[in-house]
Write a protein that binds this ligand. Structure first.
Ligand code: UDP
Length: 234
């Protein structure tokens, strides 16, 4: 196994599947199966999920809402997604714990770093909900922060595209994919990997990032096996 402990970041939008909004349970189950497979190989798995399929603070601000209020709503959306993934994992027999950065005693544990590490050591999948617990941040920042805190070996950012390209491959057909990039190259070429807050956090703490296509079955396992798919930033 190339990695012993991973932090998997899934965007909220990816949970929509082919829908325009909300949660496609078939897609969530598919992700749960992928996670189960790598967990059964002995990899410790922590997950951070976005909330963009339900609510995004920045978009709400554009239509007139107070940004901080909207961001808290976005954080609650990530908890809804986290609960959906938790349900899917437990349906297929994977032990999980959901820890939230905002206290919600009836549905999840509060975020406690040492406890999260203990859960991982015991083989439970730990899902971190409510982002960082602070407005003006994103779930990419939460993924970077939690990964550093729990000393994950890598952040795996699952997206719809299979890596980082010279331009947006959905808009520019001549765009080509990078296999590996340094943090400095990403700054110099002005590429978008994560938002800058999240990205610099990874850079300053020597945390490698792999951007890959999570929707393609078996890709997560390939990464764990050390196959060179997606784009590695280190
Ligand atoms: N959010 C926040 N602080 C955080 C993480 C998330 O305020 O630490 C809010 C923010 O409004 C964001 C929303 O939650 O728009 C959903 O998260 P994000 O946009 O990162 O989700 P994704 O794009 O990955 O689906």
């Amino acid at each position: 196994m190339k990695y012993k402990r991973i932090l998997l970041k899934l965007s909220g939008e990816s949970l929509m599947g082919s829908q325009q909004y909300g949660i496609d349970n078939a897609r969530v189950l598919q992700y749960a199966e992928e996670i189960k497979a790598v967990k059964e190989k002995g990899v410790e798995v922590a997950v951070v999920i976005g909330g963009g399929n339900i609510f995004r603070g920045l978009s709400a601000e554009k239509s007139g809402m107070d940004r901080a209020q909207a961001d808290y709503m976005g954080m609650l959306a990530t908890v809804i997604n986290s609960m959906a993934l938790q349900n899917a994992l437990e349906t297929i027999g994977v032990y999980t714990r959901l820890q939230s950065a905002i206290k919600m005693e009836q549905i999840c544990e509060p975020y406690v770093r040492r406890r999260a590490i203990r859960h991982l050591e015991k083989g439970r999948v730990v899902i971190f909900g409510a982002g960082t617990g602070n407005p003006y941040f994103t779930t990419d920042s939460a993924a970077a922060l939690r990964a550093i805190e729990i000393k994950a070996d890598v952040v795996l950012k699952g997206t719809r595209v299979d890596g980082i390209y010279t331009a947006d491959p959905e808009k520019d057909p001549s765009a080509t994919k990078f296999d590996t990039l340094s943090f400095q190259e990403v700054y110099a070429k002005d590429l978008s990997v994560m938002d800058m807050t999240a990205f610099t956090l990874c850079d300053e703490n020597n945390l490698p990032i792999i951007v890959f296509d999570m929707d393609k079955g078996g890709n997560l396992m390939k990464l764990i096996d050390g196959e060179n798919i997606g784009t590695l930033v280190k």
